[in-house]
Design a binder for this molecule. Structure first.
Ligand SMILES: *[C@@H]1O[C@H](CO)[C@@H](O)[C@H](O)[C@H]1NC(C)=O
Ligand SMILES: *[C@@H]1O[C@H](CO)[C@@H](O)[C@H](O)[C@H]1NC(C)=O
Ligand SMILES: *[C@@H]1O[C@H](CO)[C@@H](O)[C@H](O)[C@H]1NC(C)=O
Ligand SMILES: *[C@@H]1O[C@H](CO)[C@@H](O)[C@H](O)[C@H]1NC(C)=O
Length: 570
């Protein structure tokens, strides 16, 4: 028996959907196609129990190319293939944020979300509920403006966490937007004893409007610079993914293999081949006057929301019968006694001595690729293992590349940063290697571990750029796993960070979270492992940090090592 919302009409509906779909194939642009495809997909998935993803892979390229792709005043780029374009559209749809209001003549700052007036309540409001390990805890969050009037629309960005400092316990909650000014936070109850709720407003919905507009209007608010040199002549010019058209000709450094765009203005007296380095040029987000007040620390930027009533519950031992709740918080893990425990198939072991770590890594090659949050892992491993000696490649500490060797145990660990838009300074033009191209040079095998983390430097750009980058990396991962199926591939996800107004405008957690959803969706179903940095930082008691502090990094390394050396189950 198939599951379907209204079985009687199922056959008619499928017939209609297929008909519309076929009709649509012949005369339409891609947006309509995708809409129809999603309708059809939803319905077929119900019937055949295919996941949307599986269906998506069955789509073949005999439909027209998109007409409405990322078109902008000064930039545009086309996805590489119709399949990529379709996936891009589905991903963008899947992260669509509710419509959010803008400050305007008719909407004053006082009418925006004010965390100090907003409250959360543990449900049921009347109390009297008994909680057991394995239950779900639900919290209702109601948002108010500066005048204390209830908000009527959604789109605020909230984070939620359940914790017990004394137990070193913490778990991330899942927030649901009811689009009417109220939100639910749902938590898994995973330990006995007290569990305290913490709800944080990261941005009011009106600030999300600003963040979205900045990316639309100022995707070049972070810009880059390259030095060109030949003999005694030297010049530097601005570079970016897209450059505003001027009289100046461009140098086109678009990667021929991956198609990823990169441009510099051509130096006046030098050729494009004379580029010698790459640096961050500057960061220049421009706000409208009043909008500043939407990003005030201590007021409406990452501020805790108070409870009306209790802030904690007492959790009793697990009952035999587990009640099922309609929404599951489904965290990937939680802290207990300050150690990360995974939920699911992996057991996270503690590699607390250097010999335990070298024992695990014996005979392995570990290649780390990405941004500074992955570089931290290189630093942690070399610090933890006295016999893992870093070879001096005369690289800058920020940029790398790095290489470390434990000769006796035959361990090699390398780090290389990802290609532009990397916001590092003084990267040699020769060292701008994309992760996808690097992966194509890895032989792979059971002794090879490939780790990448790429997210923080994409936050100011349209999501399409990130999708394109990940599509290329994923293709390279698939090729690697095809030729060397024993290779272990681990992805470090994004994480929340400390935020000032300036950080928010270029690297807000809101951007990071949106990119992170894309990353997870794109690698779902592949034989790769995630280190869930998002939850590991959110669930921990230490303050959010772009570069999480050592106790969190140690936990991440434990997760990584547990993938490399899984505990044998008896
Ligand atoms: C797509 O489908 C058409 C017709 O069914 C087939 O001829 C073509 O080979 C398919 N293309 C791909 C890339 O699978
Ligand atoms: C908002 O929607 C939720 C879910 O539908 C509902 O429980 C809640 O009562 C609504 N709140 C208001 C203020 O209408
Ligand atoms: C840049 O080079 C790529 C690859 O050769 C090419 O496809 C693209 O059209 C070029 N872009 C511009 C603006 O010249
Ligand atoms: C280019 O060369 C000319 C002539 O030597 C010189 O006047 C000019 O300053 C140079 N321009 C730059 C940007 O270096």
């Amino acid at each position: 028996m198939v599951s379907f919302c209204c079985p009687k009409y199922a056959a008619i509906f499928v017939f209609l959907a297929v008909f519309v779909f076929l009709l649509a194939l012949f005369n339409m642009d891609v947006l309509e196609y995708i809409y129809v495809n999603r309708l059809l997909c939803k319905c077929l998935c119900h019937i055949t129990l295919l996941t949307p993803c599986q269906f998506q892979h069955k789509v073949n390229s005999s439909y027209p190319l998109p007409k409405h792709h990322l078109q902008h005043r000064f930039f545009s780029f086309q996805p590489l293939s119709p399949e990529d374009a379709l996936e891009e559209r589905l991903l963008l749809d899947s992260i669509a944020w509710p419509e959010t209001p803008s400050l305007s003549a008719s909407l004053s700052l006082e009418q925006t979300t004010h965390p100090a007036h907003s409250r959360f309540t543990i449900l049921p409001e009347k109390g009297g509920q008994q909680w057991h390990v394995g239950d779900q805890l639900e919290v209702m969050i109601k948002m108010y403006d500066f005048h204390g009037r209830p908000k009527k629309s959604g789109g605020d960005f909230l984070l939620a966490r359940l914790h017990n400092r004394a137990f070193g316990a913490g778990v991330a909650g899942k927030v649901l937007d009811h689009l009417n000014g109220s939100y639910s936070a749902v938590f898994s109850l995973l330990w006995e004893g007290s569990a305290q709720v913490q709800v944080t407003l990261v941005h009011p919905s009106e600030a999300v409007t600003v963040l979205q507009r900045l990316t639309r209007e100022q995707p070049d608010r972070v810009y880059f610079r390259s030095v060109f040199r030949s003999g005694s002549v030297s010049e530097s010019t601005i570079c970016n993914v897209f450059l505003r058209p001027t009289q100046q000709p461009l140098c086109n450094y678009t990667d021929l293999n991956t198609g990823e765009p990169w441009f510099c203005y051509k130096p006046k007296n030098l050729s494009c081949d004379a580029r010698i380095d790459h640096s961050t040029g500057g960061i220049n987000p421009k706000l409208k006057a009043k909008e500043d007040k939407l990003f005030k620390r201590g007021v409406n930027l990452k501020v805790s929301i108070k409870a009306s009533g209790l802030t904690s519950v007492n959790v009793l031992p697990k009952m035999k019968e587990v009640k099922s709740s309609s929404v599951k918080s489904e965290p990937s893990g939680y802290y207990y006694k300050d150690a990360w425990r995974a939920i699911g198939d992996t057991t996270v072991s503690r590699f607390s001595t250097s010999s335990a770590i070298s024992q695990c890594l014996k005979g392995k090659v570990v290649h780390l690729y990405g941004d500074s949050t992955v570089r931290q892992w290189f630093e942690c491993l070399t610090a933890a293992l006295p016999d893992l000696k870093e070879f001096d490649l005369h690289s800058s500490r920020q940029v790398g590349p790095f290489m470390a060797l434990d000769y006796a145990n035959n361990i090699l660990v390398t780090f290389r940063c990802h290609s532009p838009p990397i916001r590092f300074t003084g990267v040699s033009a020769m060292a701008l290697h994309s992760i996808a191209n690097e992966l194509d040079r890895v032989v792979g095998g059971i002794n090879t571990v490939v780790v990448f983390g790429i997210w923080a430097h994409f936050s100011t750009f349209p999501t399409e750029l990130y999708i394109r980058r990940l599509q290329n990396i994923r293709r390279a991962v698939v090729r690697l796993l095809d030729r060397a199926p024993g290779t272990l591939v681990v992805i470090r996800t994004a994480n929340p960070k400390a935020m000032t107004r300036f950080v928010a405008l270029t690297m807000s957690d809101w951007y990071a979270m949106q990119l992170d959803k894309v990353l997870r969706a794109m690698f779902k179903g592949l034989n790769v492992h995630l280190v869930d940095a998002w939850e590991m930082v959110l669930a921990h008691h230490l303050p959010h940090d772009l570069h999480p502090p050592p106790p969190i990094i140690k936990n991440m390394i434990n997760v990584l090592l547990s993938y490399i050396c899984p505990q044998k189950r008896s």
